[in-house]
Structure formats: C-alpha cells, structure tokens
Design a protein around this ligand. Structure first.
Ligand SMILES: Cc1cc2nc3c(=O)[nH]c(=O)nc-3n(C[C@H](O)[C@H](O)[C@H](O)COP(=O)(O)OP(=O)(O)OC[C@H]3O[C@@H](n4cnc5c(N)ncnc54)[C@H](O)[C@@H]3O)c2cc1C
Length: 370
C-alpha cells in the first residue's frame, strides 16, 4: 500500500484525497494512535495523481483567504443558547440564518457510541446536536460528497469544522466539480483550533468510564456551563452521565492529557499551516478569552464568542445574525494576544513518543497513572 502524504506531519486527515478519487482507490485507515490516514490501493489506482495535487498541506496558500478580517466580540441574546454552546453561541446564530433560508448545515456530532463524526442537519434539532466542542478529531466520512450534492441541487450550505477540514473541502470542490458556480452558495465557518486529540484515546476513555463507573454512558458534555465560562474553568468542564442515573460526574483526566501533558494530538497539528490570521473560513469562531480585561461590560459567565468575518460572504452572513447576536467590533490585537493558535501551532512535549509506547503496551489506564 502506498500513501498519499509525504509523512505523517504533513497529513491532517481531511479526506479530500479520498473524496475525490474517482477510482475509489483511496481509503482512510486508522493508525496505532487512532488517527485516520489515506492509503492507496495500487490495484485500483489509475495513477492520475489528483489525490496528491489536492492535498491542502501541499498547496502553497493552503486554501486560505487574503486576511483583512474584522474582529468581533459576540454573544447570543438567548440565555438558553448560551448555556448550550461552548462559547457565546455564534454557531447557533450563523446556522439559524442558513437554516431559515432553506439551507443545510454540516458540523461535528456524536454517533450512538460517542464517536465524533461530521453530520448533515436540515432541522434545528439535528443542528443542536452539533453544538459544544467535541475534543476528538471528527471523522469526515462522505460529508464532502454530500455537501457537493447539496450545492449542485442549489441548496445553501454552511460547513463548519477545523480550518484543515475546510481547506480539504475547498480542495475537493475546487477539483473540477462545477467551479465557482458551485461555491456561490457555500458558507465556510472554521474554528480557531488548539489541535485535534486522538479518537482512539477518546474511545478508550469512554470504555474506561463505563467500566469504572459501572454503566453505559448516556450523555457527555465537553464544555459544561455548570461552572462560569472563563479560560481557567474551560479545562475543568468535562461532565458525563450514565444511563438510568440522575447524577452528573466530572472527570478531567482526558483534559490533563490534551491541554496539560499535550500528548494526544495529531502529529500534523505541530506543523499546522492554519495557525494564522489568514483563515480558511468565511467566518471564524472561537472563545473571546480576555474579554474581562478588554470589554468587561460584555463579559458573561455563560460565554462570549470571538468572531472573525474574513470575506465579503462572511460579512453578509454575519449581518443576517444581528437580530440574534450582540456584536461589538474589537481591535485585532486582543485576539492576536490571547489566541496562540492565530499565530503558532502547539509544540509537543519531548516525552510524546514515550507516552505512546506505554499506551500501546499497557493501555490508557496505565498512562493515566504516570
Ligand atoms: C478541537 C477543538 C479545538 C478548539 N480550540 C480552540 C482554541 O484554541 N481557542 C478557541 O478560542 N476556541 C477553540 N475551539 C472552539 C471553541 O471551543 C468553540 O467551539 C467555538 O468558539 C464555537 O462556540 P459557539 O459557542 O459558537 O458554538 P457551539 O455551538 O458550541 O459550536 C459548535 C461548533 O463546533 C464544531 N465542532 C465541535 N466539535 C468539533 C470537532 N471535533 N471538529 C470539528 N468541528 C467541531 C461544530 O461543528 C459547531 O460548528 C476549539 C474547538 C475544537 C472542537
């Protein structure tokens, strides 16, 4: 089997190559850390080379916009939406604007086993499942192909995800699938992304919690608002419930590996070309960290969003949200100071390889004890 990418530090697993291979020769396979990588089946491959040409890591501008973004502090006017969103509910306002126009929304959801998957929403109920950050890399499946079908049918599409996923979608749609006409109805919303954690570690944690607490997991919230929203609390807000049990438990061991020891992120995150004010989305959403210093009148224990409008289309979409969102334009320097991932990628600790060696040998429970 041959690979599409040069090495693992240059593959974000976006699946553009797999989605556009007409011969069906590219398959996404999980490695020993649980991250998906494209492999080529030589028997089916017709050597057209399109898979390698489309790779967002190989394209010089990585499908990024020109910059010149406007920066806003944003907060949904509904307390209920704020409570059910990771930050200030910007995603709900943006997606409501598209759904109200008869459009379709794509974003990250859980499947029945709490695996993180991209999904398609045509209703508010389906969209609501996409709310709240899910800290494991989401599996794209066939969602690029579904989005292209929606665009061909003349539907408006809001596609949300990490900047590398949106770069992958742009690569896929730009590869002879109807060109600019198709892109007219496409709205892209990226996140400022710290990095993406391993789906394997997340799946192992789900099993471990079920074993330790004795029952099936019924509900998971990576960013609960039971504690006031702020940067310090954001690393303590993982809660879950078990089937048939009214109690909510808190368990921060996953966050310790993700934000603390920094061992469980995808190798390409350390080499991420998207940690830049030049974005892949028409709109970018994140937490407005530091709002208590810069605009205390906007601070809210239920959350405040940072929103960047990066293109004309982004500005047009944001305008449609004014009835739902309190929006205040802010100097870009605030976000550039508070958001490390707008300028530099994460650095891995020196013991990353050692961590994975122990993981492979002894499993998650053993690594949590070290
Ligand atoms: C892996 C990851 C890392 C992040 N890193 C940062 C950071 O460094 N700084 C920062 O300020 N914000 C970061 N965020 C974004 C932040 O946590 C909020 O998701 C964002 O502010 C949107 O909040 P909201 O209140 O508008 O809406 P919500 O309703 O909470 O937003 C949910 C949105 O996030 C998307 N989403 C959720 N999980 C995933 C996933 N696994 N992969 C792709 N898309 C997903 C959904 O599709 C939806 O669009 C990160 C999010 C994720 C998933």
């Amino acid at each position: 089997m041959e690979t599409v990418y040069r090495d693992k530090s240059r593959c974000c697993g976006c699946s553009a190559c797999r989605s556009l291979c007409g011969a069906g020769a590219v398959e996404m396979r999980a490695d020993e850390e649980g991250f998906l990588y494209p492999v080529i089946d030589q028997e089916k491959c017709v050597n057209c080379g399109r898979c390698r040409l489309a790779c967002p890591f190989e394209k010089e501008d990585h499908y990024q916009n020109q910059g010149g973004s406007k920066f806003y502090a944003a907060k949904h006017r509904s307390q209920d939406v704020l409570r059910r969103s990771a930050s200030g509910g910007a995603f709900t306002a943006l997606s409501d604007a598209v759904l109200a126009d008869g459009g379709v929304v794509y974003g990250a959801d859980f499947d029945g086993e709490f695996r993180v998957r991209h999904a398609r929403a045509e209703t508010v109920e389906q969209r609501d499942r996409m709310r709240i950050s899910k800290y494991a890399q989401s599996h794209m499946g066939t969602m690029f192909i579904r989005a292209a079908e929606d665009l061909k049918a003349g539907r408006r599409v809001l596609f949300t995800g990490t900047p590398c996923q949106l770069a992958g979608l742009k690569a896929f749609l730009g590869s002879g699938r109807g060109g600019s006409e198709l892109l007219e109805n496409l709205y892209l919303c990226d996140l400022i992304c710290h990095s993406v954690p391993s789906p394997l570690v997340w799946a192992d944690l789900v099993s471990l919690l079920e074993e330790e607490y004795g029952g099936r997991l019924a509900e998971v919230e990576f960013r609960t608002k039971d504690l006031p929203w702020n940067r310090v609390n954001s690393k303590k807000t993982f809660t879950f419930r078990l089937e048939g049990c009214g109690r909510t438990y808190v368990d921060n061991r996953f966050y310790e590996l993700y934000f603390g020891r920094m061992t469980i992120m995808r190798p390409s995150c350390e080499n991420c070309p998207f940690c830049s004010p030049r974005r892949t989305g028409d709109v970018t959403i994140a937490d407005y960290w530091g709002v208590e210093k810069y605009a205390p009148e906007l601070d809210d224990p239920l959350g405040v969003s940072l929103v960047l409008s990066n293109t004309e289309k982004g500005r047009e979409l944001l305008e449609k949200c004014r009835a739902d969102l309190t929006l205040q334009e802010r100097p870009s320097s605030e976000a550039m100071t508070e958001q490390g991932r707008l300028s530099t990628p994460v650095s891995y600790p020196e013991d990353r390889a050692e961590f994975w060696e122990t993981y492979r040998r002894d499993g998650l429970a053993a690594t949590l004890k070290i």
